[in-house]
Write a protein that binds this ligand. Structure first.
Ligand code: GLA
Length: 395
């Protein structure tokens, strides 16, 4: 509450609106993916959860068509202003392209948005660290739009429009996992999401004597500049090779390992074969992980997380020195149940399951080893599964 009070005060100061008596406050979480990496766009199953930290917005509606946006995370950029009549991507507008793109996508989808608004954002998710700060601000914007303009749209539809924004306005060909988990998150639960059908189930993820520990490599990664789109393109090319040769699948994750082994010779490039091996094996690991969770075998769940990292390192090649160093240091700790990179990779964060009594020594030892190897200071957060994007109230 103290945080919200401060944000409302800062909003009034930044926008010189001392006299206003009420603002609306919204929140969207970040997310961490426990297992099922780089397969949301391959029709696979993923197992992320929303976090209890994320992005806040303080908003008041305007009478004219102007949007004024300010982020406490990018104070040096000041207030970014644009009009409802010219919603075009502009690199000068930096982070504000995310909310701008969502507004444009909603308009294009036929929703009646007829005025602008003033908004102050503040995020306590580290930016660009693989915990989906960008999907968080997108879904947050959609919740603001729905509320301010009383739009008749449900969360899953909003999630889809946010993914569309990222794909078409921002130019990152991401899957649906991030926006979905941020929109649909539920406290104390992770979400098993079938990215083919968007069917989902909540799975309680409060462990008796262990916690989710997120470790940030503090190696900055811009998703747009990364190899993300390249990986996706090679999966698409491999899918085409398979289909052209009569393999009857809609997505790579429709294959079992057996089908993959029998048909992989149809895939033209050796590199793409490795990418597909990852996709198929990762999807199978997710299914096994669910069985482990249901039978209460958390150690076996941890083993599958480790296997996921190895596959992302060797077959998908999205880890790199920093992520590998952090994960290897985690594997060496007594109290580690499992550890892997999470999100797009190439930097960003790892996710580990750590026994509660070992968390302090984990942070100390892993941090120390990581620093010795890379010269970088890791940051650690406890990941508590939280609720999805929502309005917090009028303040
Ligand atoms: C990013 C994308 C997601 C997903 C992950 C990798 O976070 O936004 O759609 O592909 O990478 O699992």
């Amino acid at each position: 509450m103290e945080l919200i009070k401060n944000l409302v005060e800062n909003f009034k100061k930044e926008f010189k609106k001392d006299a206003i008596t009420s603002t609306e406050v919204f929140f969207a979480p970040g997310r961490v993916n426990l297992i099922g990496e780089h397969i949301d766009y391959n029709g696979g199953k993923v197992f992320p959860c929303a976090l209890d930290f994320g992005t806040y917005a303080v908003v008041t509606k305007r009478e004219d068509k102007t949007f004024r946006m300010y982020s406490e995370n990018f104070e040096n950029l000041g207030i970014i202003e644009f009009s409802l009549d010219s919603l075009v991507y502009d690199s000068k507008d930096d982070w504000a392209n995310y909310p701008k793109g969502v507004i444009k996508t909603f308009l294009d989808a036929g929703f009646n948005i007829n005025t602008g608004f003033d908004v102050l954002f503040f995020g306590n998710i580290p930016n660009g660290a693989g915990l989906s700060s960008s999907a968080s601000i997108e879904v947050l914007t959609s919740v603001i739009l729905r509320d301010l303009f009383t739009l008749d749209i449900d969360m899953v539809e909003m999630v889809k429009l946010c993914q569309k924004t990222e794909n078409e306005f921002i130019g990152v060909n991401c899957g649906i996992m991030d926006q979905f988990s941020i929109g649909m998150g539920k406290k104390d639960n992770a979400i098993l999401l079938d990215c083919n059908t968007l069917e989902y189930t909540y799975a309680p993820f409060i462990l008796n004597n262990a916690s989710i520990v997120i470790a940030n490599t503090n190696k900055r990664r811009g998703l747009g500049e990364s190899k993300y789109n390249e990986r996706r393109a090679s999966c698409e090319a491999a899918l085409k090779d398979l289909k052209d040769n009569g393999v009857n699948i809609g997505a790579l994750c429709d294959m079992t390992t057996e089908i993959f082994e029998n048909t992989k010779h149809f895939i033209k490039s050796e590199e793409a074969i490795s990418r597909v091996r990852h996709a198929v094996s990762e999807n199978e690991r997710v299914l096994k992980a669910m069985e482990c969770l249901n039978s209460g075998d958390i150690n076996a769940f941890g083993e599958l997380m480790n296997g996921s990292h190895i596959s992302l390192r060797d077959d998908y090649e999205v880890t790199g020195f920093e992520l590998d160093s952090l994960v290897e240091a985690a594997w060496e700790e007594e109290g580690t149940i499992g550890s892997r990179m999470t999100g797009a990779g190439f930097g960003g964060c790892t996710v580990s399951l750590v026994k509660n009594e070992a968390i302090d020594s984990f942070i100390e030892n892993v941090g120390k080893k990581y620093k010795e190897k890379t010269g970088l200071e890791a940051a650690f957060y406890i990941g508590n599964p939280g609720d999805g994007a929502r309005k917090l109230g009028d303040f």
